[in-house]
Design a protein around this ligand. Structure first.
Ligand code: HEC
Length: 124
């Protein structure tokens, strides 16, 4: 009886989290279209106006081969953690003053959270 109750509780807790993730990923995918004019996400795709973001999330900024970064970003020493990305997506110049990424930013925290979740999957 206790075990059943525990199982039910665990299921009850786990199910909404999974559903939330799916909803966030879907939302992130829609938002990513705003990046796709300038960025590819999958391995082997070319750089566009911006660098291909494959393998970039979690690592140091300015390292994609063959892409001509601004001096500001190339020498920034920034590492793309979730927290830094969150600020970057809200306002790129808040992280790297002088960056040439011309993006107005996503003002809603939920949008940024969704996009970061999606990015981590899509660029892995
Ligand atoms: C108008 C074109 C444009 C749009 C739209 C754009 N970017 Fe960029 N992005 C760039 C450019 C250009 C750079 C390189 C900036 C530099 O060198 O200063 C860049 C750099 C980046 C970097 C750093 C890459 C690295 O190798 O360190 C990330 C991360 C990034 N963009 C994510 C995004 C995401 C996510 C979106 C969508 C919300 C987006 N960008 C929208 C042009 C764009």
């Amino acid at each position: 009886m206790t075990r059943l109750l525990l199982a039910a509780l665990l299921l009850g807790l786990a199910a909404p989290a999974a559903a939330d993730d799916a909803a966030l990923l879907k939302r992130g995918g829609v938002l990513s279209m705003r990046c796709a004019t300038c960025h590819e996400f999958a391995a082997g795709k070319p750089n566009k106006v911006g660098p291909n973001l494959h393998g970039v999330i979690g690592g140091p900024a300015g390292k994609v081969a063959g892409f001509a970064y601004s001096q500001a970003l190339g020498g920034s020493g920034v590492v793309w953690t979730d927290a830094v990305l969150d600020t970057w997506l809200e306002r790129p110049t808040a992280v790297v003053p002088g960056t040439k990424m011309a993006f107005v930013g996503l003002p809603k925290p939920e949008d940024r959270q969704a996009l970061i979740l999606w990015l981590k999957k899509a660029t892995r």
